[in-house]
Design a protein around this ligand. Structure first.
Ligand code: PLP
Length: 376
């Protein structure tokens, strides 16, 4: 909680939950990334928080942008990014969207199979492509599964196919899983990437770039390593696997860029028990899974929650949202300790919510409006 956010909330009069993001924190995060990985270009993952204020700030600081749709490309450009600073990093694209991105000037595309390469070759002739490889996401609290990427051996064929079709086979990408707590998680993927570089070289294709993806964590309830620790671990892994031929690198931080910059203020709507002897109280907030806290799915992300009664005795509570959907429960498998004195009408602060909240909030499920956000 920064003084600026505290001041803003003191003066806020509107009803309903809201996210407040302190742009000074985003600026500090960007500078920390730039310092920790000095030879790496930063492509901010727009989906984490696409507000114009965040994008404009980052564009001004020199950031590039990783986008997943034409709309995100247009948002980055509206914020001042030139198309040479934008990658179309989604491996799943309609051919006509590739064509629209190409018309806007975007020249860098992600692929993970030969059919996607063919789309890019037709709709964005001569563009650069990087091939995403699978990564198991071990050590991540929000792993990205097998949806994206291919096996390293197939990546060589995909890149060769791109080369044959007149594209520039530019490099390899991976994502070690979001909220990655292990600073060594990049090592295995970099070993695979180096292998792909070697095999492509044997086929006469010289790759230049490794996209190290995101995964840099935000502090929730547990401490996380500082970004410097990630930077040095990644640099050592690059040296280990690429020797003195270290490729160009980029990172795509999302959560690590904006997560700790935001706080959601919410209100306790109801506190109840299911029976007279129930030991666990149910605490219902005016925000839940459909109001922006979707990352509580499977209780994956556990947000720190502050109340005006902190310091009083606590007891385990089930925490739930306000909608008429039984999936709208935030923490139940592992109940959340909250003060016994917590009361209906109390305001609570949900920390670390600058990333992956506004974009997840429903348009009007049960008539609840989408999460209001203020970027100050
Ligand atoms: C979502 C995403 C990111 C951002 O990941 P974080 O873990 O939030 O840093 C980076 N790259 C790609 C391709 C993504 O889809």
């Amino acid at each position: 909680m920064t003084e600026r956010i505290r001041e803003f909330l003191r003066n806020r009069r509107e009803d309903g939950p809201c996210l407040v993001v302190d742009l000074d924190v985003v600026r500090d995060n960007y500078l920390d990334f730039a310092r920790a990985l000095p030879d790496t270009r930063v492509f901010y993952a727009v989906k984490a928080n696409p507000s114009p204020e965040v994008l404009t700030l980052l564009a001004g600081l020199g950031s590039c942008f990783d986008t997943a749709s034409v709309a995100e490309i247009e948002m980055a450009m509206a914020a001042g990014a030139t198309p040479d600073r934008i990658s179309f990093g989604n491996t799943i694209k309609k051919e006509r969207d590739i064509a629209r991105a190409f018309a806007l000037g975007v020249r860098l595309y992600a692929v993970d199979c030969t059919d996607e390469v063919e789309k890019v070759a037709r709709a964005a002739p001569g563009a650069r492509v990087f091939c995403r490889i699978l990564c198991d996401g071990a050590g991540a609290e929000w792993p990205l599964s097998r949806k994206f990427g291919c096996e390293p051996s197939l990546a060589v064929d995909v890149l060769e196919h791109a080369h044959r079709l007149g594209l520039e086979a530019y490099g390899v990408s991976f994502h070690v899983g979001s909220q990655q707590g292990n600073t060594e998680a990049w090592d295995q993927a970099l070993a695979s990437a180096a292998g792909i570089f070697r095999e492509c070289a044997e086929r006469g294709i010289s790759l230049s770039m490794v996209n190290l993806g995101g995964g840099f964590p935000t502090r929730y309830l547990r401490d996380v390593p500082a970004v410097e620790a990630y930077g040095s671990s990644i640099f050592q892994a690059l040296c280990r696997h690429f020797g003195n031929a270290i490729p160009e690198t980029i990172i795509e931080p999302g959560r690590g860029m904006v997560g700790n910059a935001g706080i959601i203020e919410a209100e306790v709507v109801l506190i109840s028990k299911k029976s007279a002897s129930d030991e666990v109280r149910w605490v219902y907030l005016d925000i839940g899974k459909f109001g922006g806290l979707a990352e509580t799915m499977d209780e994956a992300i556990r947000y720190p929650i502050r109340t005006p009664r902190d310091g009083d005795a606590v007891e385990p509570c089930v925490l739930a949202g306000p909608t008429c959907d039984s999936a709208d429960v935030l923490y139940e498998k592992v109940p959340y300790p909250l003060p016994v004195s917590l009361s209906i009408g109390d305001k609570v602060l949900i920390e670390g919510t600058g990333a992956y909240t506004t974009t997840y909030s429903a348009v009007a499920f049960n008539g609840f409006p989408p999460l209001k956000a203020y970027h100050i």
